[in-house]
Design a protein around this ligand. Sequence first.
Ligand SMILES: Cc1cc2nc3c(=O)[nH]c(=O)nc-3n(C[C@H](O)[C@H](O)[C@H](O)COP(=O)(O)O)c2cc1C
Length: 243
Amino acid sequence: MNGWFLYIGRDSGEIMRRIAWGITGGGQHLAECLKAMSEISRGAKVTTFISRAGEEVLRMYGLDDAIGAVSPGGYLEEIILEREQGYSYPKAGRFMLGKYQMLIVAPATSNTVAKIASGIADGLVSNAAALANKAGVPVYLLPTDLFGEAESRMPYFVDRALCGDCVACPPREACPEGALGDQIDLLLCKGCGICADLCPKGAIGGGLMKVEARALDRENISRLRGFPGFHILERPLDMLRII
Ligand SMILES: Cc1cc2nc3c(=O)[nH]c(=O)nc-3n(C[C@H](O)[C@H](O)[C@H](O)COP(=O)(O)O)c2cc1C
């Protein structure tokens, strides 16, 4: 056991694991990842590194508050936002200092997988992966586009075929973010779902979408499998297994 990776909990005296978690802008698996993080954070300190797209997508699915329970703040339990980290990502230097036992990137978008597989480290999460790998810290990735065809839950949208263009539109009037026009402005939407409940035509929902993984994305995942220190997870439950 690598004693230098372990953290002796201040209050309980228990040995705590220290895990770094990267969230990128993938909707696929996102809710399951949050559940796994919540489970894992009961016995570990989790620092969450969130890409710009990750931050937006979490908000669209109404999941941004859930991260606060996983990484409540304090050293090694912070939420680190790419938006606030400049361009050189000094916080990723923690991997070189042996602060974390592992890095989990879940969900890992095709974009982030492609960058990591190509040695590009110009984003917070791709930089964390590069430094973790250089420091000998194992990197586990749960890619969104692993299998040929998968189902992914979409954020809320207006089905224009069902919309009655009502003069008084209860969802539009009630939306706390002012996000409803002919469509939902997803950069304003916080995924609360009030609109879906209020629409008299049932025109607003999330729904499942079929996503076909590109050969290019699958190839990048295969390349990563071949590099020492990187491990590909196939389904969200695998995250619990590695811990
Ligand atoms: C609602 C929503 C869901 C998305 N889901 C995925 C996804 O599952 N997989 C993916 O590769 N990209 C997805 N994207 C696109 C990424 O967010 C986009 O490529 C982004 O640039 C990724 O940046 P990042 O890898 O730095 O987080 C989604 C975008 C939106 C708006």
